[in-house]
Design a protein around this ligand. Structure first.
Ligand code: ADP
Ligand code: MG
Length: 658
């Protein structure tokens, strides 16, 4: 059924609905309210000033309308509640005047102003409320109101039927109401209890299908034939023993797990999780080496160019006899062509790069392993873009953003996980201070102290606006200040996102080599950059960052046994920032971050499209999620799944494996 078939809706209304993403009846039915307003008559015996009230009565006089401007009008009339008289004022509802005759029964919703004995109304409903009314509230627009949307949906509720994807068994087990009923109720609830039941049913369905998808993926993924490799652990150990440091036990365990995956006939799909500085990079190098020994190409994708270059240089140093190539978006066309040729004909053994590895038109000769560093930076689906000759590469994700268990389950539910929990020995926690901008002198002295010791310092300023100009001003203003303070005793360098890859590389190298002592930058250094002699990071306007981002930045220092410092300069939200002074544990920090900011905007999770539930909230509905998880596992392994074409089709279509 199409929108235009609905009685009483015109071409304009259809357009306004389209603007909200509603194109057909199905969209309309699936346009759920985002909250409910509960209306109950207020007890008028002890009204206080400022009370929110819902009050019934009749119009005592015909309303007066004042047109204040073209867009603003004000209507007033007197309401007789049967017990007392009061004034009612409401804005921009002049169109109601026609219907508000003397003695019309209405219910007024608004705020009570005792001094003037009046109500500033937010809404007027015709008729009196006898029992509690639960009003669904929809996301609306200037053109079409929530109540209009509600009216339209109510008018078609009896004509539609929706598919219930929950297996009968489960519906019975929890005595769920059927889905048609549930959908009707959430658009037109009669009482709290049935609304609760309807919401539970629909949330469960979302979570059940989501977990079913993940479990299906996991099960199916395991069946995808991986690559056959012949590599002895001897060779791996020899390589590990040639390193300048000894692996930590967690690192060793991770290597073993990855080695097992690589030699097993199944495809690897693993997440390597570990706090900043825990030493994930070397694990990725060892993995690439194992993969190389077995005769395949390997790719390592980094979120930024700086990081790609750093990995490239380090790996080349570590295994000079292997052809490692660098492919980033910023290479010259000619260089790019040459490198792509080497990738295609198999001359390139290990390819390191940025997004270009998947977004550019790259054909691999025999790509056996793909590693992405700081996984959350990439859309999960991008892995599908790899062009590879008929083989399915093993996959390793690395993430320094420890995520609470709740989220790990949903985000990475289809993966195996290796965790590095302990830091390499000798690391000291980074001493962290929150300072106001007034305490700048103190901060400068602390910086001076480090410079005198021969150490280096990062100074970071956030991206303030989308405008690049302002960012640059910020960076350069800071440079001026820093030069004033330190210019006579040491070099100050600047780096920002607008510089070319070559320029950034040059500055970064100068910093690494110690030629630059103080490096001022925007967050381009945020992830992964490794300069052991840097012992202090000063972050201006820290309040603009999430705690996890600050923790990442702080991870740039404290990378060896030197005492190191992080100074968070902020005049706002110092309480929130204080958490960082108390813990160096990335898990704790991210827990706090989740608590404070919710799951939505962190780590670009949204990008993965995984968590766009309409009703369910994985935090609030965690228990339901666990139930759905268990049920979906059982269901997946049951005969019923095989014999349930509608669910099976839904799941296989949406998992889109390749
Ligand atoms: P991250 O996990 O944040 O990517 P890195 O891999 O960059 O961390 O490691 C941080 C630093 O620790 C690097 O300088 C690395 O060489 C060093 N490192 C890694 N593993 C060890 C180890 N087992 N012992 C000593 N230093 C190590
Ligand atoms: Mg790293």
């Amino acid at each position: 059924m199409e929108l235009k078939e609905i009685k009483g809706i015109g071409i304009n209304t259809i357009k306004y609905l389209n603007d909200l993403g509603i194109y057909n009846i199905n969209d309309l039915i699936n346009y759920y309210p985002f909250r409910y307003e509960i209306l109950e008559n207020t007890d008028i015996n002890n009204l206080k000033d400022g009370d929110k009230i819902v009050i019934g009565g009749v119009c005592e006089n015909k309303p007066n309308v004042f047109h204040i401007s073209r867009k603003l009008n004000k209507m007033s009339f007197r309401l007789n509640t049967g017990k007392f008289l009061c004034n009612v004022t409401i804005f921009n509802r002049a169109f109601l005047k026609q219907k508000l005759d003397i003695n019309t029964q209405i219910t007024v919703i608004g705020k009570y102003d005792q001094k003037h004995n009046s109500i500033i109304a937010s809404d007027i409903k015709f008729g009196l409320i006898k029992e509690t009314i639960i009003d669904p509230i929809y996301h609306s627009s200037f053109k079409i109101s929530s109540s209009k949307i509600s009216k339209i949906i109510k008018s078609i509720l009896n004509d539609v039927s929706v598919e219930d994807y929950i297996p009968n068994e489960i519906n019975k087990k929890y005595s769920f109401i059927n889905k048609n009923e549930a959908v009707k109720i959430i658009h037109n609830p009669k009482d709290q209890q049935s609304l609760e039941n309807a919401l539970t049913k629909l949330k469960y369905e979302e979570l059940f299908l989501f977990m079913l998808r993940i479990n299906y993926l996991k099960k199916y993924q395991k069946k995808i034939p991986g690559l056959k490799r012949k590599v002895s652990y001897e060779d791996v150990l020899n390589f590990i023993n040639s390193l300048t440091f000894k692996l930590t036990p967690d690192q060793e365990k991770a290597v073993k797990e990855i080695y097992q995956d690589l030699i097993s006939p199944n495809r690897m799909n693993r997440l390597l999780q570990g706090d900043v500085g825990s030493g994930k990079t070397i694990i990725s190098f060892i993995s690439l080496y194992i993969n190389y020994l077995s005769g395949y190409q390997g790719a390592l994708m980094a979120p930024t160019e700086i990081l790609a270059i750093q990995h490239y240089n380090n790996l080349k140093k570590l295994i000079p006899n292997i052809n490692v190539v660098l492919l980033t978006g910023k290479l010259k066309a000619k260089e790019k062509t040459e490198i792509k040729k080497q990738i295609q004909n198999g001359e390139a053994n290990i390819i390191i790069g940025t997004h270009a590895l998947i977004t550019d038109d790259v054909n691999y000769y025999n790509l056996g392993l793909v590693i992405t560093d700081e996984q959350h930076r990439f859309g999960v689906n991008q892995r599908g873009n790899l062009k590879n000759k008929g083989i399915t590469p093993d996959i390793l994700y690395m993430s320094a953003t420890p995520i609470p268990r709740t989220y790990a389950l949903t985000l990475y539910g289809d993966m195996d996980i290796s965790s590095i929990k302990t830091m390499p020995s000798g690391r000291k926690p980074v001493k962290t201070y929150v300072k106001s901008s007034k305490e700048i002198t103190e901060t400068l002295y602390m910086m001076l102290d480090q410079i005198k010791k021969g150490h280096q310092i990062y100074v970071v300023t956030p991206l303030i606006e989308k405008s690049d100009k302002i960012d640059l001003e910020n960076v350069y203003q800071l440079e001026e200040k820093m030069k004033k303070a330190f210019g006579k005793i040491c070099t100050v360098g600047v780096m920002h996102g607008k510089m070319s890859g070559i320029e950034k590389d040059k500055i970064m190298n100068e910093f690494k080599e110690g030629k630059i002592k103080i490096l001022i930058s925007t967050t381009v250094i945020e992830v992964g950059v490794d300069v052991a002699n840097a012992t202090m990071i000063v972050i201006f306007d820290s309040f603009r960052f999430g705690l996890s981002a600050l923790h990442q930045l702080r991870g740039r220092v404290g990378r060896n046994d030197l005492e190191s410092y992080c100074i968070l300069i902020s005049d706002k939200e110092t309480k929130r920032l204080d958490i960082l002074t108390k813990t160096n544990d990335g898990f704790k920090v991210s827990e706090e971050d989740f608590k404070l900011r919710g799951s939505g905007d962190i780590f670009g999770i949204k990008q993965s499209g995984n968590m766009n539930f309409k009703l369910a909230d994985i935090k609030k509905d965690y228990e339901l999620l666990l139930t759905a998880k268990k049920d979906s596992e059982e269901f997946l392994n049951s005969e019923e799944f095989k014999n349930n074409p509608k669910v099976k089709q839904l799941i296989t279509k949406s998992t889109n494996l390749n």
